[in-house]
Write a new protein. Structure first.
Length: 71
């Protein structure tokens, strides 16, 4: 999860609104996934790294699709 959040943090340095939106979506998706119990053992869960990553990707994709449709 730390690397996912680090990637999101790096996006904030790009001078494009799309990067800021992607960063926000990644942060929200990662924290939501852990809050809902999809976490690796080091975070108190039993999911694999791949499971957490796949869930974050799924959530980010959904968020960006919704945000894009809203304008």
């Amino acid at each position: 999860m730390a690397m996912i959040l680090a990637g999101a943090a790096l996006l904030t340095y790009l001078p494009r609104p799309e990067a800021a939106h992607a960063s926000r979506a990644i942060y929200e998706a990662a924290f939501e996934a852990v809050y809902q119990g999809i976490a690796t053992p080091d975070l108190g869960g039993q999911s694999t790294t791949s499971d957490l990553t796949d869930e974050v990707i799924r959530r980010v994709t959904a968020k960006l699709e919704v945000w894009t449709s809203l304008g």
